[in-house]
Write a protein that binds this ligand. Structure first.
Ligand SMILES: *Cc1c(COP(=O)(O)O)cnc(C)c1O
Length: 430
């Protein structure tokens, strides 16, 4: 049993000056109970908290630290860059360097614009899609999260689901009416929406592999069917690859699954742990963006040199050693097998979803293929699982609606340790 006296004291202080003591809701442990852990530092696969515990980390800053914490080439790039000034609000060469590299790695983008978060990337991508097509409505899928901008807070996954407030107060009815909702993996649903809103839909935005209702891979042919529907109806297909980009393959889900999108959004890995988002498309679409075209989008700190240096160092590592993608997928498969055997042995009802280096454990007897089935997971069992893991030094996301993010810094010893913990706590889960 680990003690969290110092974290508790720090959390009490934080709550006095920061709403809920956190700057992003899921961090608050509301879904699992208990006190959030304050981090002191991290290295490789491990977190070191303020109470002196070492934890094996399966969140990795919610995705960015795909090569582990404090990864030296990234850290060194940031340090060297910081010495030369941290922001200018003027063009720098490094922005072109990371743009060239990203465009060379990702299919179907000729140009890319850098912003400061995944939220900004998705918000801007939809504005661009509307400006390009001259249409207002968008289709999103229940349980998919595209950041916290107004249009997307309609049955968003992740934190919004965790707190049972899928439609946030503050989002106007006017905004909500332009967001149409479909069920993930349900093509009939999408066909129906397109029929009912003929000529009005600018884009379909989707996580090509859902990661914000746990991990839910698309059904075979679902994405290709979306592609065909978009082509037939003059609708743009937007892949939100904030989570899957530079994670599932060098070219993201488009490459792994072999389906082409029109606009692709990025975040997480592309910033190497600094606040970066981006969106890209073919020339014809990007030409509509200011200052080339009329669709406005801007940012004082966009393309910030520190952030670009971290992102460039990260993408260079991934581009120069593509075996990393195979390595993390193999580690994830190993973990899957070990956890599954442990839970089975003790008769714990569960379903595990996995693709590449994304994996999630659902305490549900049925297949988890969409938001409705994801919501059938037993949250009491998840709470016990979360705290059991934590008490034994394993840190997973404090919500059943999150994917685990596997880092290449994890050794097979770390994975065996994790599996042994699942074996140890499994009897308490039935
Ligand atoms: C994390 C995430 C976002 C939002 O990115 P932020 O950087 O948190 O704003 C958007 N889309 C997906 C798929 C994400 O996983």
């Amino acid at each position: 049993m680990m003690l969290y006296q110092r974290s508790s004291a720090l959390f009490a202080d934080a709550q006095k000056v920061i709403p809920g003591g956190v700057n992003s809701p899921v961090r608050a442990f509301k879904a699992v109970g208990g006190t959030p852990i304050f981090v002191k530092e991290a290295k490789g696969a491990y977190l070191f908290d303020e109470d002196g515990n070492r934890l094996i980390d399966y969140i990795n800053s919610w995705g960015p630290m795909i090569l582990g914490h404090a990864y030296e080439p990234v850290v060194n790039a940031v340090i060297e860059r910081a010495k030369k000034g941290t922001s200018f609000g003027m063009p720098t060469e490094i922005e072109t360097q990371i743009a060239e590299l990203a465009v060379s790695m990702v299919p179907n983008i000729d140009m890319i614009r850098f912003v400061n978060s995944g939220t900004e990337a998705c918000m801007s991508a939809v504005r661009l899609a509307r400006g390009f097509t001259g249409k207002d409505k968008i289709i999103k899928f229940a349980g998919c999260y595209h950041g916290h901008s107004d249009s997307f807070l309609i049955q968003a996954g992740s934190g919004a689901v965790t707190f049972g407030s899928p439609n946030s107060p503050g989002v106007t009815k006017g905004t909500a009416k332009d967001t149409l909702l479909a069920e993930y993996n349900n093509i009939e649903n999408v066909i129906h929406l397109i029929e009912a809103n003929k000529g009005e839909i600018a884009c379909i935005i989707i996580e090509p592999v859902a990661g914000n209702m746990g991990c839910i891979p698309p059904n075979k042919s679902f994405l290709q069917n979306l592609r065909n529907l978009c082509d037939a109806n003059n609708i743009l297909l937007v892949f939100d690859e904030v989570m899957t980009g530079f994670r599932l393959a060098p070219g993201g889900a488009q490459e792994l699954l072999g389906v082409d999108a029109d606009i692709i959004t990025f975040g997480k890995v592309i910033g190497g742990g600094l606040p970066v988002g981006a969106f890209g498309a073919r020339q014809e679409i990007m030409n509509h963006l200011a200052p080339l075209g009329p669709v406005y989008q801007a940012g004082t700190l966009s393309g910030n040199p520190l952030a670009m240096s971290a992102g460039l160092a990260m993408l260079n590592e991934l581009n120069n050693n593509k075996d990393i993608f195979k390595s993390i997928a193999e580690k994830t498969a190993y973990l899957h097998k070990g956890i599954q055997e442990a839970l089975k042995k003790h008769g714990v009802v569960h379903t595990i979803n996995r693709i590449g280096s994304m994996i999630s454990v659902h305490f549900s007897p049925d297949d988890v293929i969409d938001f409705t089935t994801a919501a059938t997971g037993d949250n009491d069992t998840f709470k016990k699982f979360f705290h059991g893991m934590l008490n034994n030094g394993i840190y997973i996301a404090p919500s059943a609606f999150e994917t685990w993010f596997i880092t290449d810094a994890l050794s097979y010893d770390d994975l065996d340790t994790t599996i042994a913990v699942v074996n140890k706590i499994a009897p308490e889960l039935v």
